[in-house]
Design a binder for this molecule. Structure first.
Ligand SMILES: Cc1cc2nc3c(=O)[nH]c(=O)nc-3n(C[C@H](O)[C@H](O)[C@H](O)COP(=O)(O)O)c2cc1C
Length: 335
């Protein structure tokens, strides 16, 4: 089974190739980790997920999607995050955290909501403030401070949330970035915010830990970014990243019908073009699918499947009484 082979990048060795992708649980108050988060993530670690990426965690209060999001905008969040890391590490999983600014998709009571341009996501959302240079500088500083805190808390990886129509994605897309200054216009100028963000974070994030980005490879709109445009946005910064997590959608209010493995081709295209390790995600639910996908990419994430079945890895690989992959205390359950 390829899925059970360890995978090493930098100083981080994952015990297998199964990833829990970031999934917002909306259970926090004031951004703080609580008993729910510790139980939720430790359970997946006991379930033998190799690499857990904590849900979108806001770098500023107004960068939350909702008031119930996790936060990393203050040193007050450090103790809770540190405890979470320790509990997940205790069961042998590695743990990263997704650093988030929700941009125009924030519904938090913290304001002002910020975006590259003053265009609302839909009529149900506020019209955001188009960011001033001071706003941009402040948000970049907030990401940098968050990365420093993530290191102090002991995380093995940080993932920039560059997908799903949140702030970074909003700068990259011509649909949401209609600025006429240095941050908008040409594709190169739309990439400037990400470039500055990477330049601010890279020096403060240890080089032996993983620095990754999640992208929306396809915006499902004819005038939006498609895999080729996303590859060109990533190319100038790809040297900085160890791993690219490939998702799609969320930028504009359109519906599409996902099907099994629907984003794997995007992940493969990005891997091939940039020669970088990638995580594939999206309606991957069976051990056979995981094996097939691992022929094309480096790591495989299972999202909703791990919400339904936290012990998926234990169960999936315990067939024929091969219990080596099962958490030791649970082996009797499979013998
Ligand atoms: C409840 C829920 C919350 C999510 N929250 C996030 C998030 O915080 N950050 C993110 O990048 N994606 C988020 N996603 C998307 C998942 O990470 C994943 O990409 C998506 O569910 C597709 O994978 P799946 O078919 O295996 O579930 C969320 C998905 C779900 C179902």
């Amino acid at each position: 089974m390829n899925a059970l082979q360890p995978y090493t990048l930098k100083s981080i060795t994952l015990k297998n190739r199964i990833v829990m992708p970031p999934m917002c649980m909306y259970q926090a108050t004031d951004g703080q980790v609580n008993a729910f988060h510790r139980a939720h993530y430790a359970t997946r670690a006991m379930g033998q997920v190799g690499f857990i990426i904590v849900e979108a965690t806001a770098v500023t209060p107004e960068g939350r999607i909702t008031d119930r999001d996790l936060g990393i905008w203050s040193d007050d969040h450090l103790a809770g995050l540190k405890q979470l890391v320790e509990e997940v590490h205790a069961y042998g999983a590695k743990i990263g955290i997704q650093l988030q600014h929700a941009g125009r998709k924030s519904t938090s009571t913290s304001t002002p909501h910020l975006a590259p341009s003053a265009i609302p996501f839909s009529e149900r959302y506020d019209t955001p403030n188009a960011m001033t240079q001071a706003n941009i500088d402040k948000v970049i500083d907030a990401f940098k401070a968050a990365a420093i805190r993530a290191d102090k808390a002991g995380f093995d990886a940080i993932e920039l949330h560059g997908a799903h129509g949140y702030l970074i994605n909003e700068f990259l897309s011509p649909l949401t970035n209609q600025r006429t200054d240095a941050y908008g216009g040409s594709a190169k100028k739309r990439g400037r915010f990400l470039h500055e963000l990477v330049n601010a974070i890279r020096p403060v994030w240890p080089t032996n830990k993983l620095f990754q980005i999640r992208v929306t490879a396809e915006e499902y709109h004819p005038d939006g970014n498609h895999p080729q445009e996303v590859i060109e946005h990533l190319r100038p910064v790809s040297e900085a990243f160890d791993l690219i997590h490939v998702s799609s959608g969320g930028l504009v209010n359109v519906s599409m019908s996902p099907f099994p493995l629907y984003q794997v081709d995007f992940a493969k295209a990005i891997k091939t073009a940039l020669n970088k390790p990638v995580i594939a995600v999206g309606l991957i639910t069976t051990p056979q699918q995981v094996e097939d996908v691992l022929k094309e990419v480096d790591l495989v994430a299972l999202g909703r499947e791990l919400l339904r079945h936290p012990y998926w890895v234990n169960a999936a690989y315990a067939a024929d009484h091969n219990v080596d992959a099962v958490f030791e205390s649970y082996r009797r359950g499979y013998q």
